[in-house]
Design a protein. Structure first.
Length: 457
């Protein structure tokens, strides 16, 4: 099993990796299918199902689908050009993706939120269709957005297609137990094994420059969030708080009167800054998802800015270790809130961040595995219940608390020798089972929990 660090961490746009990035990626894949087809097409249609329908407007799924069909992709998204395309579509009811000519698309009639039909493969399902001059469907494809921006077709999902189909890697662990066994046999750290795997596919320079860019985008996102005021879009009138909290923390720095627990506010404000940017549709990095994008950057910024002896040279090891843990969670359970609740998003992010921090603080492989287990264990059962389907309440604060848990988990693990009762593999399997047992109304449908018990208008 190999999942690249660049698959686990993807540069994209807010507010949701499953509901915004995934549909945009699916639309891009559908355009490629159209370009490869011998048919001539005149129009496009789309239908959203399951969680994509129930919380699609709040997550900007409709907007992402339209822009994806217009040719936009998350990694190179141009906000100003996208706005112009949407303005033009309102008057022309026509999209112009490269290589396909003008295609009829009326957002009012050709994009359907189907609340009644649940597609069999996954809670995040969508159907994309291309039509001929008479309006008959001549190409149709079911896509599933399975979390973290990952997309699979109906056929790929049914065939059990593995994420990885490349050449063998030196250390192909698919469980935490195998990972620890390989570290013992090889004498390498988790990060060193992950590095060897990555370099066997993409080379050392690609890994170095790619991880450097990932952290730069994460760090820039924190900085933008700490500098921006205003009210988040969507109708809940949620005010950005990161700048005000950060300004207050800066003002208190020289007073020598801050309580020790103030460090928690630093961790929280870094995470909140990211998730406020995400909620506003800004550029973020899936870590492993958009909804949980603040936990890992906040933990890494805490390490770099607040831990004595911290070094930028350790950023790659942090990301590689975190990606190794994230790959185990994705392979053996889920990182999708629509599939397993928020335990799969913020819980997974906290486990990844805890492992990364433990690694750069000098933790052994056994301590790193323990740190990830502690962080994930104490998110088990967490529901995904965004108010009005927006990635704002409780998501923004939840990332702050996830970062605090990640740091606490790493610290606890470093105080021990790595031996512990519950293996990470058992915790991941428990998360999978808990997600399977969880009511659908607590899995990113906004049909239960805070989403129905908090006045949202």
């Amino acid at each position: 099993m190999f999942l690249s660090v660049f698959e686990m961490f993807k540069v994209g746009i807010g507010p949701s990796s499953s509901h915004t990035m995934g549909p945009m990626v699916a639309a891009a894949r559908f355009l490629e299918m159209m370009r490869a087809s011998p048919f001539q097409f005149s129009g496009l249609r789309a239908s959203l199902h399951g969680s994509l329908a129930f919380t699609g407007v709040g997550h900007a799924t409709d907007r992402a689908t339209i822009l994806g069909l217009a040719g936009f992709v998350p990694d190179t998204y141009d906000h100003d050009r996208a706005e112009q395309v949407l303005v033009d579509l309102h008057t022309t009811q026509t999209l112009h993706p490269d290589g396909l000519g003008p295609l009829r698309f009326d957002a009012k009639t050709d994009l359907i939120f189907d609340y009644d039909t649940q597609l069999a493969g996954h809670a995040n399902g969508m159907i994309l269709m291309a039509t001929d001059a008479q309006g008959d469907v001549t190409l149709r494809q079911v896509f599933y957005s399975i979390g973290g921006g990952f997309v699979m077709t109906e056929e790929e999902l049914a065939a059990g297609k593995a994420t990885d189909e490349g050449a063998p890697v030196p250390y192909p662990f698919k469980s935490a137990a195998e990972m620890l066994e390989m570290t013992a046999q090889s004498g390498k750290t988790i990060a060193q094994m992950k590095q060897a795997n990555e370099e066997s596919r993409g080379g050392a320079e690609n890994l170095k420059s790619g991880t450097k860019r990932l952290w730069q985008v994460m760090s820039d996102c924190i900085d933008r969030g700490l500098e921006t005021e205003g009210t988040l879009p969507g109708g809940l009138s949620v005010k950005r708080r990161a700048k005000g909290i950060h300004d207050a923390l800066i003002a208190e720095r020289g007073m020598n009167q801050s309580a020790p627990h103030t460090i928690n506010d630093w961790m929280s404000v870094y995470a909140m800054a990211v998730n406020e940017e995400n909620a506003a549709g800004g550029q973020v990095v899936t870590a492993p998802t958009n909804g949980a994008a603040g936990v890992l950057p906040a933990t890494l910024r805490y390490y770099l800015d607040h831990v004595p002896g911290a070094s930028q040279a350790h950023v790659q090891d942090f990301l590689l270790t975190a990606a190794a843990i994230g790959g185990l969670v994705k392979f053996n359970a889920s990182i999708s809130g629509a599939e397993a609740g928020c335990q799969a998003e913020v819980g997974s992010a906290a486990a990844m961040a805890a492992a990364g921090l433990c690694a750069v603080m000098g933790g052994s492989p056994q301590q790193i595995e323990n740190a990830a287990e502690i962080a994930l264990e104490h998110h088990l059962g967490m529901t995904c219940d965004p108010v009005r389907g927006l990635v704002q309440v409780p998501c923004i604060e939840r990332n702050g608390l996830g970062a605090i848990k990640a740091v606490s988990a790493a610290s606890l693990a470093l105080r021990g020798d790595g031996t512990h009762l519950v293996p990470l593999d058992a915790c991941i399997e428990t998360m999978r089972q808990t997600g399977a047992d969880m009511s659908e109304k607590y899995k990113e449908t906004s049909l239960g929990g805070l989403a129905v018990n908090v006045p949202n208008c």
